[in-house]
Design a protein around this ligand. Structure first.
Ligand SMILES: C[S@@+](CC[C@H](N)C(=O)[O-])C[C@H]1O[C@@H](n2cnc3c(N)ncnc32)[C@H](O)[C@@H]1O
Ligand code: SF4
Length: 465
């Protein structure tokens, strides 16, 4: 068992948070997506899969399927999604997805078990139940699943029927994550997402009746017309629903990347001070209700696997956020999906036309990516350990990589010095420990180890708080 940071409390210091707030990555990968280039294409991806097949003990697989379609546009949305009302268009996409599955299944050795699968979007539950079952069965026939695989899907309660959930259950899904964002009618109207509280409660009830093992609800703070008084009501309603996990995302307002977000007028957004109060409220309310703050917007009950993994040092972070399945090779299928296999990241093309054309030519749809150097691997390990455990064993990193940590990372240590002085972290000869006041600023802390951040690259990200 790894040494750990046992002090799991989080202290809220509004002045410090304001001072440190700046654009920064969420580190679902390191290096981050702006570093990806066309040096990685289908050949590099194929070779890397072959190499990982041949390693002495091939690692388990984690499969991600991107289902981009949605019924209506939520004005805040920063996901890779497409609005359609055409079931044939969805059917056509699934036809191509199945061809991609054939290619990947042929490349990965059949003795490699799938220990994790996730369908994300867009909105996977916007597929009709018959298409859900058809895709699910196809995947199950193409790969070998571990009996206790973690199988999760993102759903939207709007337009969802019990039959959709029965379809997910039939093909072995055991975890459900659903978008809520905010229950307040004025906020819902401003974001073009009318989703009455009763509708969400009904869907949660169905999930429980059908025996899904874990339910997650997504909220967003920083949306138009939110304030402390109204958001407290939403948060308390969520506490009454008692989901196993809660994600409370910081609204990423990036209108330069997502044009439709310009519909949301700046003057509708809560001020920085109000937004900080919303974050404070979220942490206070959920931790008082018995949830633990895992870090980076996530809460779960102490007995949840994700908290146990954090306690025993096995928590992991990838493109889907936190995960308990460390050491898998992640293969993403569908448009925009990003794989993480061996030493490379590989991203699929972003448009349906490109995706269909490449697959018609019998090729993998990778269009860019990144091959990690030894130095990148080392920094990735450090950033992920800090993100997941708020603790870093400097000595064991130094020993494992045959280097003097303090010499090798003198720049990072220098960059962290003001944070140490501000009480965000403690640095000793052996370790770095993120202190309660630093937990909310973990992105700023880990940025010290990012070799590639320049002012220009930083500006592409949303604000850390
Ligand atoms: C793919 S969606 C979840 C499934 C489904 N499409 C839905 O919205 O119910 C993933 C989640 O990303 C979050 N999200 C989307 N755009 C965001 C933004 N601009 N800032 C922060 N979170 C965002 C929302 O909480 C959303 O529930
Ligand atoms: S938030 Fe979900 S439902 Fe809304 S547009 Fe984005 S992906 Fe679609």
């Amino acid at each position: 068992m790894m040494e750990n940071n046992n002090n799991k409390s989080t202290l809220f210091d509004a002045e410090l948070i304001k001072r440190y707030s700046k654009p920064g990555p969420r580190y679902t990968s390191y290096p981050t997506a702006p570093m990806f280039s066309e040096a990685i294409g289908p050949n590099e991806f194929r070779n890397e899969i072959a190499e990982t097949n041949n390693s002495k003990e091939p690692t388990d697989l984690s499969l991600y399927f991107h289902i981009p379609f949605c019924d209506t546009l939520c004005y805040f949305c920063a996901c890779n999604m497409l609005i359609t009302h055409d079931d044939d268009k969805k059917e056509n996409y699934l036809r191509y997805l199945k061809k991609e599955i054939d290619m990947i299944a042929e490349l990965t050795k059949s003795d490699r078990k799938v220990s994790q699968m996730h369908w994300g979007g867009g909105t996977p539950s916007y597929l009709p139940p018959s298409q859900i079952v058809s895709l699910g069965k196809y995947i199950r026939e193409s790969f070998t699943f571990d009996d206790d695989a973690e199988v999760s899907v993102e759903i939207d309660p709007r337009g969802l029927t019990r039959e959709h959930l029965e379809a997910f259950k039939e093909i072995g899904f055991n975890r459900i994550s659903m978008g809520v964002q905010d229950f307040d009618p004025e906020v819902q109207e401003a974001i073009n997402r009318i989703q009455p509280e009763d509708m969400t409660i009904q869907v949660v009830d169905w999930c429980r009746e059908l025996g899904f093992k874990s339910i997650n609800l997504d909220l967003i703070y920083g949306l138009p017309h939110q304030n402390v008084e109204k958001f407290r009501k939403t948060v308390r309603s969520v506490i009454d629903i008692k989901p196993d996990r809660i994600a409370t995302f910081n609204y990423a307002h990036v209108p330069w990347m997502k044009k439709h977000q310009t519909i949301i007028k700046d003057e509708w957004l809560p001020s920085t001070d109000e937004k900080l109060k919303l974050l404070h409220l979220v942490i206070d309310e959920f931790t008082s209700a018995g949830y633990e703050f895992i870090g980076m917007d996530h809460f779960a009950f102490p007995e949840d696997e994700i908290v146990i993994a954090q306690n025993n040092g096995t928590l992991h972070r990838n493109f889907q956020g936190y995960s308990t399945k460390k050491g898998c090779d992640l293969i993403a299928m569908g448009i925009t999906g990003i794989s993480e296999v061996g030493d490379i990241y590989a991203q699929n093309v972003k448009t349906l036309d490109e995706y269909y054309e490449i697959i018609d030519n019998g090729e993998l749809t990778t269009f860019k990516g990144y091959k990690l150097s030894h130095e990148d691997q080392l920094r990735k390990e450090i950033i992920m350990q800090l993100m997941c455990h708020f603790y870093l064993d400097k000595k064991s990193i130094g020993d494992a990589h045959n280097l003097s940590f303090d010499e090798h990372f003198s720049d990072a240590l220098e960059a962290m010095e003001p944070m140490r002085e501000d009480g965000l972290l403690e640095i000793t000869e052996e370790s770095i420990t993120v202190l309660p006041v630093g937990r909310l600023l973990i992105r700023n802390i880990t940025m010290a180890f990012d070799e590639y951040l320049t002012d220009k690259k930083e500006k592409k990200f949303s604000k850390t708080i």
